[in-house]
Design a protein around this ligand. Sequence first.
Ligand code: PHE
Ligand code: FE
Length: 288
Amino acid sequence: MASDHPSTPPPGAAADWTVPQDWASYTPADHATWDTLFARQVDMLRDRAAPEFLAGVDILRLSRPGIPDFAELSERLHRATGWEVVAVPGLVPDAVFFEHLANRRFVAGRFIRRPDQLDYLSEPDVFHDVFGHVPLLADPVFADYMQAYGEGGLRAQGFDALTNLARLYWYTVEFGLVRTTQGLRIYGAGIVSSRGESVFALDDPSPNRLGFDLARLLRTDYHIDTYQQSYFVIDSFADLLDQTRNTDFAPLYAQVAGLPALAPDAVLPHDRVWHRGTQAYARQPSLA
Ligand code: PHE
Ligand code: FE
């Protein structure tokens, strides 16, 4: 993920903000944390995640024990789609993030969460970044989408539209659902890497599940620190790629710049409603 903090790389990082993963420095406890997280997600995701995600887990051999070595992971990934995984110290500036994506490099945090943070942490660690994001990069269509997104990010900077474009990333790459012949499936990295949200996103009556609508998403606010109030359902990765890569966003940015943002729980008259959420979860007094 990106953020717009000051823009010189920290000591020890290269000009493009990458650092060595230093795989040898992980402790047995670090690897054990990965294994615990992997084991509990992979069983649950068998009939919840998009088939392309599960195929990626196999192609990349992520079921082997321990935190993956990025060099080896990149070799497999490169063979599949020409992408690589590179380590960064933490959040990187937007332009750096987009530039890597546009060149088919996925930036991943190298640190792993502490054992008391298995269910939640606020910064992306190697489990979120690698288990959550990298399997789909082994899918040729999604791989092209991520590259196109990077190029779109570099372009959006010129239109002062990063807030809008970030919403697209959030509701697809991080929290997207996809329609399949078996019903709705998860593909968003923020969901697949979270035990609680993997159930909530598909099964809980609280959140809205609405059809993907590009111009609408560019206006839709989101929560970064609790489960989403709305999830958006794409018809297929091919359709997502087609609608984004082949649409000039400049007129869309101009159009939405004049409109108010939409609340995370909004349901509009023209939304395709898969499920109208009760929002019971968001309205719990304990969260207020
Ligand atoms: N087609 C978009 C544009 O004109 C670029 C883009 C592609 C953005 C895919 C997001 C995802 O800016
Ligand atoms: Fe992420």
